[in-house]
Structure formats: structure tokens, C-alpha cells
Design a protein around this ligand. Sequence first.
Ligand code: SF4
Ligand code: SF4
Length: 134
Amino acid sequence: MPIFYECQRCTACCRWPGQVRLTDAEIARIAGCLELSEHEFIQRHTRLTQDRRGLALQEQSNGACIFLAGNDCAIQSVKPQQCRDFPNLWRHPEAETQCRAIPHLVGDEEYVKQVAQVTGRTVESVRELLRSRQ
Ligand code: SF4
Ligand code: SF4
């Protein structure tokens, strides 16, 4: 039975080291939401990824994501897919000790439906992604 993780919005995952990669579509969407041109958004809020092959969100001086404001994401409605997919479609060792998401054992269909809902993906794309990982 799959485990669906119910996020508690503690924002720990917005504070630990790492990088939030951005696609071109996400850059356009976030820039639009902030009423910035894509060029302005890239200059002000992004940096090169560690492999220097793309762009990621900048960090604050304490390492937290540039868009973490108190205990909220300042770009919640347009946040990158990488953020939406955590912690159900990807996890890493830090998640096991610091993420406060509540695990629920659910049936296969329920799992796909709930993951689609929290990630903003379609049910079909979640199914396809899970199939590709088998
Ligand atoms: S974009 Fe929002 S959800 Fe993603 S790491 Fe930054 S503050 Fe967190
Ligand atoms: S995914 Fe986990 S670490 Fe991130 S906000 Fe939700 S409960 Fe907190």
C-alpha cells in the first residue's frame, strides 16, 4: 500500500540546503505573478544551478529560499513544481528526520488522486510518472 504524506506547512523544506530548479515556463509564470519582466526576475531572484546548466531560486543569507516570508511561501500560487512534488514524489535523507508531513497508508487509486491534488499534476501524469519509476 502506498504512503501519502500530508504536508503540515512547517516550511522546514524551504530552509534546508539545496536548490530549487526552475523551468522556462516557471520563470515566466513567477515573473508574471510578481509583475516583473523575465529578465528582471532572473536578475533579482535566480542564480545558476550547481552544475551551471540552468537557473535556481536564490537563497537568503541564512540559506532559506528567497521566497520564504515568515512561515509562508510568497509565491504559493505559482511555486515551482519541484516544491509541489515534495514530499510525495521525491524525498531525501533530511526529509526523514525533519519533514513533519503525516504519513497515511492509502489505496493505489486514492494515492494517485491525492498526489495529483497536492502537486497540481493531472491524475494521468501522476500515473505515468509512477509507472516510469517501476
Ligand atoms: S518557492 Fe516557496 S515552497 Fe518553494 S522553497 Fe521557496 S518558499 Fe518554499
Ligand atoms: S513538506 Fe514536510 S518539511 Fe515541507 S512544509 Fe510540508 S511538512 Fe514541512
